[in-house]
Design a protein around this ligand. Structure first.
Ligand code: ZN
Length: 175
């Protein structure tokens, strides 16, 4: 009961919402184009099925051809607009993807470069520390030699001094 009323009302809204150039009447018949013979719309062409002319009390599709064509043009424009919007969205997505890929690549390259630089630096530092150790060793050796020399000199002086003192003392004792 209520379902039949709702289905009929939905059918009615379907009838009203026919947009663009209709292909078939609601009754399922093919549409024919006729020219109006009224005073208000002389020769204005419209779509109608053949049955509608025979059964004038029944509801059948009626649509002015110029309105249908105007609808069609609008629909094409809307579709184009929609497609342009979709394309823009796709473009934005692609650009986002591209920039994220670029960022990722940049990050990877940066990381690799940093790693390489770090490696090189570590190598260099190791080399330098080895050189430094060598230098230190050399320096230590030289310093040790120098110190030994100084020590020997000092020792020599001491020996000389002690000897001189002894010699002097001997002289004093002997005299
Ligand atoms: Zn019809």
């Amino acid at each position: 009961m209520s379902s039949s009323s709702s289905s009929s009302s939905s059918r009615l809204s379907n009838r009203r919402s026919v947009r663009g150039v209709p292909t078939r009447c609601w009754c399922g018949r093919n549409l024919v184009t006729y020219a109006a013979q009224t005073k208000d719309n002389p020769f204005r062409r419209f779509y109608r099925c053949e049955l509608a002319l025979q059964r004038k009390t029944e509801e059948h599709l009626f649509k002015w051809i110029d309105e249908a064509l105007l609808d069609e043009t609008k629909m094409v424009e809307e579709k184009l607009e929609e497609e342009v919007k979709e394309l823009r969205k796709e473009m934005v997505k692609l650009l986002d993807l591209q920039s994220s890929l670029t960022r990722k690549m940049e990050k990877e390259v940066k990381e690799k470069v940093e790693e390489k630089v770090k490696e090189k630096l570590e190598e260099k530092l190791k080399e330098e520390s080895m050189i430094a150790t060598e230098t230190k060793k050399k320096m230590a050796g030289e310093m040790a030699r120098e110190m030994a020399k100084t020590c020997m000199q000092k020792l020599g002086i001491t020996v000389l001094v002690v000897g001189t003192i002894g010699w002097l003392c001997g002289n004093v004792i002997m005299s």
